[in-house]
Every structure is written in C-alpha cells, then in structure tokens.
Design a protein. Structure first.
Length: 192
C-alpha cells in the first residue's frame, strides 16, 4: 500500500515538473532566472552591494556560444556609467534576472526629448542612461534596460573546468559572424 502511494506521488510530481518545463521553455532559452520569491535576486544584490564577486551556473543558451547552459559565470559589481557596448551584464528583468550583451547605450536629455546614441566619453552624471541588450543567440533585442536595473558585469566563464575569456577573440568572432548572418538572413527574407 505504501509503495503504491509513493509511486502515485512521484507520478504527480513528475507530471507537474514536466508541465512546468513545458510552460516556460522561452524563459529557459532566454537565460532568465525565474524566481517568484525574489530570493535569488535579493541575495545576489546584497552580495554585489558589498563589493564581492558572485559565481553561479548560467541557465539557458541565449548567450551561446559565449556562455552555454550550465557554464559557471563570475560576475562583479559595476556602475552603470562604466558599462560599454560589448559588455555582458547581469540585470534585473521583470521576471527575474538575466545575462545579455550590451548592444547600444542611449541617453535621455529630458523626458520630452528623444534618446541619442552616445560613447563613454560623452557621459555626465546627470544623464539618464538606457541600454539595449540582446543574447548572442537571440534574434530580438530585450526590452530597454534602465541604469538602476543593472547589477553586475560578467568577468569570467568556466566550462568543463576550463576558463574562457568572454571578451576574447573567439567569442567576439562568433558573435560578429552570427550577427552578420542574422542581418543577411533578415535582408534576404525581406526581399521575398
């Protein structure tokens, strides 16, 4: 009798786990940590605010081939004013936190004016910065990210015990090749 109850509870649990996995495939692919309790976010924010680095496994393949599912990534605190195009940052998303690459940085002069693309040398402390991010394997940009959403910058990636420089030649090459192929594909399909 006990064995029968145990197998029924396992069957219920495995079917609910399967349902959960099927209902959130996009979240896993996009590298989102979905945390309804905000426990991961609060703990991470507290450790980073104290100036410490944090190391944890990355979920999803949205940053493939730079960061793969299960790679150990190390993040360190960064000020939004120090972020440059090409940095891989960890930021607060409406559903949790995610790690994506900065594609463009914009500033808003005031609430009525439009954003303007800027370089790091043109920044002042009175500006409102807005970041456009995208995963290396993603086609579309994320929603615009405000400066207060940025938590940290990825400084290292470890895959199968090997350290990988996320800003080295090989990841940059793959990223640029994929971006070029994506643009060509988009143009090709727009003509048909």
């Amino acid at each position: 009798m006990e064995l029968n109850k145990l197998s029924k509870s396992r069957a219920k649990r495995s079917s609910s786990e399967t349902l959960l996995k099927r209902s959130a495939p996009d979240a896993e692919w996009n590298g989102l940590w979905i945390d309804n309790t905000d426990l991961f976010f609060e703990l991470l924010k507290e450790i980073l605010n104290r100036g410490h680095s944090v190391r944890f496994p990355a979920p999803g393949d949205s940053m493939y081939p730079t960061i793969c599912n299960g790679d150990l990534i190390t993040v360190k605190p960064i000020k939004p004013s120090d972020v440059i195009v090409g940095d891989i940052i960890l930021y607060r998303h409406k559903s949790g936190v995610t790690v994506h690459r900065v594609m463009q940085i914009s500033k808003r002069r005031d609430k009525k004016s439009r954003s303007a693309t800027i370089g790091p040398q043109d920044r002042s402390s009175s500006e409102t910065l807005q970041f456009s991010l995208r995963g290396d394997a993603a086609i579309y940009y994320d929603d615009p990210v405000e400066a207060e959403q940025i938590l940290s910058k990825v400084v290292s990636v470890e895959r199968n015990g090997r350290s990988i420089d996320p800003y080295g030649f090989r990841p940059k090459f793959y990223f640029k090749a994929r971006r070029l192929a994506s643009r060509l594909k988009r143009r090709l399909f727009s003509y048909t």
